[in-house]
Each structure stands twice: as C-alpha cells, then as structure tokens.
Design a binder for this molecule. Structure first.
Ligand code: ADP
Length: 443
C-alpha cells in the first residue's frame, strides 16, 4: 500500500515537473519569436531558465568561428552567486572565457559535458572566487551544452548547479536537452536577422551613394549639354550662311565641306538636345505648358516641315485625316517634338516605300498614327523599345545614327499628357506603326 502511494506520488511529481518543462519550453518559443536582438534574447532565455529551474547560474556563450573565440553573451545568476561575485569584484558579463579550452574540449562535443570545472570556464580567475563559489554559493557541479545549429556550433550553454549532475532526475536532464535546441535555433535566427540588418544598412548607404552619383552625373550631362549648345548653334548658323551664299560665291568643294559641317552640327545638336531632355526628365525639371490645341493642325505643321526631308529620302508621304474636331490639352512644342521624332524615325528606318500619317478620333481620344514600309521591328524588341538607350540590333546594322533616347523622351512626354504611345510591327522587313493617343479636350 505504502509502496503504491509512493509510486503515485513520484508519478505526480514527474507529471508536474514535465508540465513545468512544457510551459517553460513554450515560453522559450515565445521569447525566441518576439526577440530579434541576440544579446537581449540570450539575457531573457538565461534569466528564465535560471529562475524557473533554480540553477545557480546560467550562461550563454557565443562562438565566433572566424576568430575561434568564445565570448559571454549573457549570464543570469542566483542571489548568492551575485553576492559572491560582487565580493570578489567579478563581472560575469565581461570576464573573458577560457576560449582555447572551450574550443578544443567542448565545441567538438555533440553531447552534454557534465564534469566541467569552474576553473575551466574563465581565463585568469582567482582561486578564492572559485572556492567562494563552491563554499558560499553552494555550486557543486557545472555542465556545458553545445548550441548546435545546421552550420555547426553557435555557442555553449553553461549551467552551475547546487547538486551533482548525477542527482538530476531523468526528465530534468531530458528537459535541459530539449531547451538546448530551442535556444540554438533562436540565437541562430537572431544572428541571421542582425546580419541581414547590417547588410540592409550597408545596401541603403550604397543606394544613397549611387543615387547621389547618378544625380551628379545627370547634372554634369545637363551642364555639359548646355555648354555645347551655343557653340553648336553658331557652327550650324555660319555653315548655313556660307551655303546660302552670304559670304559670296564659293567653289563646289567648299560647298561640299560646308554642307558636311552643317549636317554634322545638326545631328550633334539633336544628340545634345536628347541628352538635355533626358537630364531634365531625370532631375524632374521637365516643364510643361498646357493649352488647348488642335492636334490635326499640329500634325499638319510637322508634315509641312518634314516634307523636304521625306522627299530627299525618296519616300512618299501621305496624310489621312477626316474633318472634325481634334482639340486636346497639350504642351504644343513638346508634342510637336514627339510627332517629329516619330516621323523622323520612319524616314530613317524606311529604305523605300511610303510613310502614312493619320489623325482620327478613337472613343474619347485623338489618335495619331505613323505607318511606314520600313525595316520593321522584331517582336521581342517591341517591349523594350521605349527604354533609355534602347536600339534594335538592326538599327546599328543599317548604320543609321541615333542615341536610342528619342522614344524614351517621347514616352515621358506622352505620359505627362496622360496619354498612350505604342508600336506595332509584323516583324523584320514588314514596316512599323506607331500610335499616340491623347484625351480629347472637354468642351
Ligand atoms: P534612335 O535615336 O536610335 O532612333 P529612338 O529612341 O528614336 O532612338 O528609337 C529607338 C529604336 O527604335 C531605334 O534605334 C530603332 O531600332 C527602333 N525604331 C524606331 N522607329 C522605328 C521605325 N519606324 N522602324 C523601325 N525601327 C524603329
């Protein structure tokens, strides 16, 4: 009877102790989820294990595999251990650990080390402190448990007991074993998070630096383009005056040379203007002046201006527009630049045939289309065509000069008008159709 009661009593103790272990485990999980700072995490974990299990001290040591060094991360101690330490001027949080010994003896160990000597733990520790820990703080044994994670050993948990390790009952040993995994994973996660945070901070710094460099580059391009503009205008102007005979009759050879100077400076002026526009876009300095305009009339102006250019290239230019109202709210000069650029491109990329420009109303928009019988655009290139510096491979093959900026600028301008710009082509050699749509102005 007595024997039976004793067994039941023992079982009860074991069940309640297992409950305690489970509730402790769930608290450790909770802490590990909520705490991201590794030192804070180690502090909270060591505190809870030390106080709940009545250990004399619990220390969490971290292992730096690069330096092969063990360092104290957090220590929680009982009151009597604290008193003993303060009497001996000993600081658990900063006193160096006997790294060599730990690395050699305990880190390679997968299992618990249950005969750890107090004097083995710290470097240059006084004998008096060790003996005070034994006599006054009642430390009878120490254990060390490696904190193992996937990549190896992250650190060590050391525990000072007021009993011998062999006096711990079975499930007490088991629960220490189960805590160890939770602690290891929690610390590993915290370290990973800290590393990520540092990397993120470095990335942010690099990103700021790159943004600043990019801004400086854009400012430089803008400055340089401005500086180039006026001498270019003079070169173009004087070449034109020479060609027009303002300086008297010139020989055919001189005429040829003046024509080359004029054409080249014109091309260069277009490039400079493209760069200036891109810098304005990137610096957010593109200014628009909106007013109600007739889009058909604007297209007609561009056609009149471009006609000699188209004819010189041996191409036919058609213009289809039904009579009607084509009023839109737009920045006239900017939109003119877009339409000119698209017609100009059609001339550049159409070796023979014709260019047809159309204006019509589609739903509530005015649509301008430019169709050519030129080299066409491969399907896979179409989605990238409006990006900065984007040129189809063929564009280079044909030796046609260009910056790959015109359509990028066009898209920015049309987007600022809340309009749409797109291109369709059946592929290489099959011509292209460019479309722009701008909302009709409300009466
Ligand atoms: P680029 O200065 O090179 O002409 P754009 O931005 O104006 O720059 O045009 C980008 C690229 O789109 C061109 O290099 C060319 O490959 C292609 N492209 C533009 N218009 C046409 C067209 N009408 N036919 C065929 N390809 C074109």
């Amino acid at each position: 009877m007595l024997c039976h009661r004793l067994r039941v009593y023992k079982q009860n103790i074991e069940i309640s102790s297992k409950n305690k272990t489970l509730s402790l485990l769930s608290r450790l999980y909770e802490i590990s989820v909520l705490t991201l700072n590794s030192v804070e995490l180690a502090k909270r974990i060591s505190q809870i294990i030390q106080s709940e299990l009545n250990f004399e001290f619990v220390g969490i040591l971290s292992f730096d595999s690069n330096a092969n060094k063990i360092e104290p991360l957090a220590f929680s101690v009982s009151e009597r251990v604290r008193d003993t330490a303060s009497k001996n001027n000993f600081n658990f949080d900063s006193h160096p650990i006997h790294s060599d010994l730990f690395v050699k003896k305990f880190l390679s160990n997968r299992e618990i080390v249950n005969e750890l000597q107090l004097s083995d733990i710290w470097d240059e520790v006084s004998e008096k402190f060790i003996s005070d820990l034994v006599i006054e703080a009642h430390i009878k044994s120490c254990i060390a448990l490696p904190l193992r994670v996937e990549k190896g050993t992250a650190g060590v948990l050391i525990v000072g007991l007021n009993r011998h390790y062999s006096d711990l009952i079975g499930h007490e040993k088991e629960s220490i074993g189960s805590f160890i995994n939770v602690i290891a994973v929690a610390l590993d996660k915290a370290w990973l998070y800290e590393k990520l945070r540092v990397t993120n901070e470095q990335l942010e710094v690099s990103n700021d630096r790159l943004t600043e460099l990019d801004r400086q580059k854009t400012e430089f391009v803008s400055f340089a383009s401005h500086q180039l503009r006026s001498p270019l205008t003079s070169i173009k102007g004087y070449a034109s005056l020479i060609l027009e005979g303002d300086y008297g009759e010139i020989t055919d050879d001189l005429k040829k040379a003046a024509q080359i100077i004029f054409d080249s400076s014109k091309t260069l002026a277009t490039v400079v203007d493209d760069y200036l526009n891109v810098s304005r876009i990137e610096l957010g300095q593109m200014k628009y002046e909106f007013a109600q305009i007739d889009l058909k009339a604007l297209v007609q102006t561009v056609i009149d201006e471009q006609k000699p250019n188209v004819e010189k290239a041996g191409l036919k230019l058609n213009f289809n527009a039904e009579s009607g109202s084509y009023a839109v709210n737009a920045d006239k000069e900017k939109l003119k630049q877009v339409i000119s650029n698209i017609i100009d491109n059609s001339v550049k990329y159409t070796p023979m045939g014709e260019i047809t420009v159309g204006v019509k109303n589609v739903k509530n928009n005015v649509q301008v289309s430019v169709t050519d019988t030129g080299i066409g655009i491969p399907k896979d290139v179409i989605p990238k065509l409006f990006a900065k510096f984007s040129r189809a491979k063929d564009a280079n093959k044909t030796n046609i000069r260009g910056t790959g900026l015109g359509l990028f600028i066009a898209k920015e301008i049309v987007t600022a008008h809340e309009g749409k710009i797109w291109v369709e082509s059946d592929g290489e050699g099959k011509g292209s159709q460019f479309y722009i749509e701008i909302a009709q102005a409300k009466e």
